[in-house]
Design a protein around this ligand. Structure first.
Ligand SMILES: C[S@@+](CC[C@H](N)C(=O)[O-])C[C@H]1O[C@@H](n2cnc3c(N)ncnc32)[C@H](O)[C@@H]1O
Length: 292
């Protein structure tokens, strides 16, 4: 038996290298997650709590449960335990500025003449990212709801998608929304819970859904912009490169891809995605963005 990890709240569960490798292989196969050996203590700490909650007495038993067809909900608990949902409104606000100034502004008249406009928040977590996109769109185009404008927001984690759909946040979570937008598009629920609600004008622009980015995508775009930020960070390089190619195919010509601050597009996608700012790329198969 391999080395046992003894970190974490429950010291009584042996966790062999073999257990870790089996979990890492499953997480890679199902979700594209890359778990190096250095993550073993973290995985132990997160999952031992889960085993305890379900009354499971060993990691081999847990692996057997994960293998049972129909235990897909436990696999989702696994990814929930292994990834983080950290997010905030207007995180890396330069992406929202670029959406407004370089992507939306050139399209507004065309949208009012019937053109569709689509933005995808891929890995949307609890909704702050797609709602920030929707607020930015409404800031430039207050009548956006009267036209074919939609923000698609997806995440693998059903619990976080359901929280996102509620559009409810604490006052603290609202602090990173620009004052004007916060006053205009959020209201105090006055329900004794200290919660605030994102208003319907913003929520109506956003459609939420569950989606594993590693599975087939049930839509074909094209998207005018895609926000896929702080998600690929969990994937190994080969998986990331496949994702960049897939995202570039579903982007409209001249569409924008925004990624996380510690992520970089690499591999075949660099042939069609040109860097046009910090962690911002533009699709260019027919034109040179430098002369755009
Ligand atoms: C750190 S959050 C990023 C949220 C937001 N994009 C941002 O940058 O603020 C990462 C999100 O990616 C989701 N995620 C991880 N692996 C995924 C996968 N294979 N498919 C879809 N979503 C995934 C997680 O559930 C989590 O909500």
């Amino acid at each position: 038996m391999g080395q046992l990890a003894r970190t974490g709240p429950d010291q009584s569960l042996p966790f062999s290298d073999r257990d870790f490798e089996a979990l890492a292989a499953l997480a890679h196969r199902e979700f594209g997650l890359s778990l190096s050996q250095s993550k073993k203590p973290l995985v132990y700490s997160r999952l031992s709590r889960r085993l305890k909650a379900r009354g499971i007495h060993s990691f081999p038993d847990y692996l057997r449960i994960l293998d049972v067809p129909g235990e897909s909900s436990e696999r989702l608990e696994l990814i929930s335990a292994l990834t983080t949902n950290v997010t905030s409104f207007f995180r890396e606000d330069h992406h929202f500025e670029k959406l407004r100034s370089d992507c939306l502004s050139r399209e507004i008249e065309k949208i009012r003449s019937g053109k569709r406009f689509r933005v995808w928040s891929a890995g949307c977590s609890s909704g702050q990212e797609p709602f920030s996109i929707a607020m930015e769109i409404l800031g430039s185009m207050p009548d956006a709801n009267d036209y074919d404008v939609k923000v698609l927001a997806t995440d693998i984690d059903p619990k976080i998608v359901s929280k996102a759909k509620s559009g409810r946040y604490s006052l603290e979570e609202l602090q990173s929304i620009p004052d004007e937008f916060r006053r205009k598009w959020t209201k105090n629920c006055n329900d004794g819970m200290g919660e605030f609600q994102v208003l319907d004008a913003v929520r109506d622009l956003v459609t939420f859904g569950e989606l594993n980015l590693m599975s087939d995508w049930p839509f074909s775009g094209p998207f005018d912009s895609i926000f896929c930020r702080n998600v690929a960070i969990y994937f190994d390089q080969k998986t990331q490169q496949k994702l960049w190619v897939k995202l570039s195919k579903i982007l409209a010509e001249r569409g924008f891809l925004f990624i996380g601050h510690s992520e970089r597009v690499s591999g075949d996608a660099v042939n069609v995605l040109t860097g046009v700012g910090v962690t911002s790329y533009q699709k260019s198969t027919l034109f040179d963005p430098k002369n755009n």
